[in-house]
Design a protein around this ligand. Structure first.
Ligand code: SAM
Length: 239
């Protein structure tokens, strides 16, 4: 997958050199380039913002540098992803969709955001997705892009050592994952549930399924309400 990120703070993306994303870049699974938006300014101050039409606080990112940046990095199979608090809330399903695309361009807004015409103009030649990390406001899109890149990269084939992790985790099948434990079996008088030490794979699977349902119902009733009834068996219902 090819990814281009455009930001006025390219230094923000240093963490994308680390851990499994760094490894994915090293093996060629992920081809990631981070660009400084100011490269595409033409004045001596390298200006990227101006006052908002209609008045109001703050500054708005000017369209010209963004247009030049998108002209430079866009290709025939690009999708523009714009983190924004007015976007669609980002989910695991979105991560899967993005992971299936050939080329992502991330546009990191700052100040009061990017002049709307940049997005309207880009939408005439490529899919544009405005995505929100949640109902709160960040300083800029950089951290949101790192979050989205983590969620997307771990879905790319070959990135995770054990691909089963992707099917047995929270949000993979509409539920939260059951609690997890490791050694020692007893720690500070707290014992790992006996069933997990039983070696009985059937019982373990049943326990995990029940815990997953109970946890989801308690913590995320919205998810439980949307869980397809036909995916619940008799024992699920009893839980
Ligand atoms: N004036 C904007 C508004 O009220 O909707 C907020 C602008 S915010 C200070 C600057 C940038 O941070 C946005 O353009 C966006 O790139 C990013 N950002 C802020 N909150 C975000 C969120 N919840 N999800 C994704 N990106 C966000």
């Amino acid at each position: 997958m090819r990814v281009d990120v455009v930001s006025i703070f390219p230094e923000y993306f240093a963490p994308l050199e680390l851990s499994l994303i760094g490894k994915a870049r090293g093996t060629g699974i992920l081809d990631l380039a981070v660009h400084d938006l100011r490269t595409w300014t033409s004045d001596v101050h390298r200006t990227v913002d101006d006052t908002p039409y209609g008045g109001g606080p703050g500054m708005v990112m000017r369209p010209e540098p963004w247009a030049a940046a998108l002209d430079a990095v866009a290709g025939p199979s690009s999708t523009l992803v714009v983190p924004s608090p007015v976007g669609k809330p980002f989910t695991q399903a979105d991560a899967h969709e993005l992971a299936g695309l050939e080329h992502l361009i991330f546009a990191c807004g700052r100040y009061e955001g990017i002049d709307q015409r940049v997005l309207d103009d880009a939408a005439a030649r490529m899919p544009v997705r405005e995505v929100s990390l949640g109902d709160y406001v960040l300083f800029g899109g950089e951290v949101a892009v790192i979050v989205i890149m983590e969620a997307v990269t771990r879905l790319l084939p070959g990135v995770l050592g054990n691909a089963d992790s992707l099917t047995e985790e929270s949000h993979a099948a509409g539920l939260l994952e059951a609690p997890v434990y490791t050694k020692p079996a007893v720690w500070r008088d707290r014992a790992v549930p006996e069933v997990l030490r039983s070696g009985d794979h059937g019982r373990i699977a049943r326990w995990r399924r029940t815990e997953s349902l109970l946890r989801t119902a308690a913590r995320r009733p919205d998810m439980m309400a949307g869980y397809p009834v036909d995916l619940l068996d008799k024992k699920d219902r009893a839980a």
